[in-house]
Design a binder for this molecule. Structure first.
Ligand SMILES: [Zn+2]
Length: 284
């Protein structure tokens, strides 16, 4: 791995402000925007790495994912019921489980994903629900009632451009739902402390690394980012990744690290400082 000037990123992609170094790692910096509080990796990625999420880890915990998606559908329904907001597109939908549940509840729902293997898997098991792609110029202005993206915005190289597309394709009064890792979380603070104690440790400090989780939002950052882009923020709530999913993703990690995940996870649930936020914003 080597850093490249091509992907150097001194300024915030969400608002254009300068970012000061929040944490220095051996091969990259984590910067924080002074204006909107978003964190990002500088460089955004390395030349020679592309690390998609581990899809097998998701398939292993299919039932836990289904339970999470049920909560997400209920969250969506509470803000934007299908009777008034029928047309829904989910970005980064993986195998289409959320789409299946949304259709079951009456939404005209379609999933988009940039993983060819996920799209193939969905074509076999959930035909017509998932297509290859993302939000881009091909979607007509004001053509959707809902755009959703769960655990996907933090992977994007230009979330600002994505949010501009979300705003453009939603009709006024349409809704954007997202889930991302949060800065206001016990995991975040525990990882940060570990980064200071062991500056050479190669782990994903604060859960961020070029080419994987490039951006990190949170309660404060999402409020700033959405308000600036023409959304009214209705709900921002803390939540936790199911432990089984975290452990499946960290199967190769040392026992002590896996034990730490369990301990911090229990405390995060008890204190309401979970590792992710679920947000609902309405296009003005
Ligand atoms: Zn910013």
């Amino acid at each position: 791995m080597h850093a490249s000037a091509e992907f150097a990123e001194p300024q915030c992609r969400l608002c254009g402000s300068g970012g000061s170094v929040y944490m220095q790692r051996p091969e990259f910096s984590i910067r924080r925007c002074g204006a909107c509080s978003t964190l990002w990796c500088d460089p955004l990625r390395f030349n020679d790495t592309f690390n998609p999420d581990n899809e097998d880890a998701y398939l292993e915990v299919d039932d836990a994912i289904a339970a999470e998606n049920r909560l997400r559908v209920e969250f969506v329904q509470a803000h934007a019921p299908p009777s008034s907001h029928e047309r829904l597109v989910e970005i980064g939908c993986m195998h289409g489980d959320f789409i299946e549940q949304a259709r079951h509840r009456g939404y005209d729902a379609l999933g988009l994903d940039l993983s060819e293997t996920a799209v193939e898997h969905a074509a076999k098991h959930r035909p017509t629900m998932v297509e290859y792609g993302t939000l881009d110029e091909n979607q007509a202005d004001e053509s959707l009632d809902i755009v959703a993206g769960f655990n996907v915005v933090e992977h994007m190289e230009d979330p600002g451009e994505f949010l501009d597309h979300v705003h453009r394709v939603l009709r006024p009064g349409g809704w954007f739902f997202a889930e991302t890792p949060a800065q206001e979380s016990l995991y975040h603070w525990a990882f940060m402390a570990r980064g200071f104690v062991q500056p050479g440790a190669a782990a994903l400090e604060v859960g961020m690394h070029p080419g994987t989780h490039i951006f990190k939002f949170g309660k404060k950052a999402w409020r700033n980012v959405l308000e600036r882009r023409g959304f009214s923020v209705a709900t921002i709530q803390s939540k936790s990744t199911p432990l089984r999913e975290l452990l499946a993703k960290n199967k190769q990690a040392p026992l002590l690290f896996r034990g730490g995940i369990v301990g911090v996870g229990a405390l995060a649930r008890a204190t309401g400082l979970g590792n992710r936020v679920l947000i609902a914003g309405q296009r003005r």
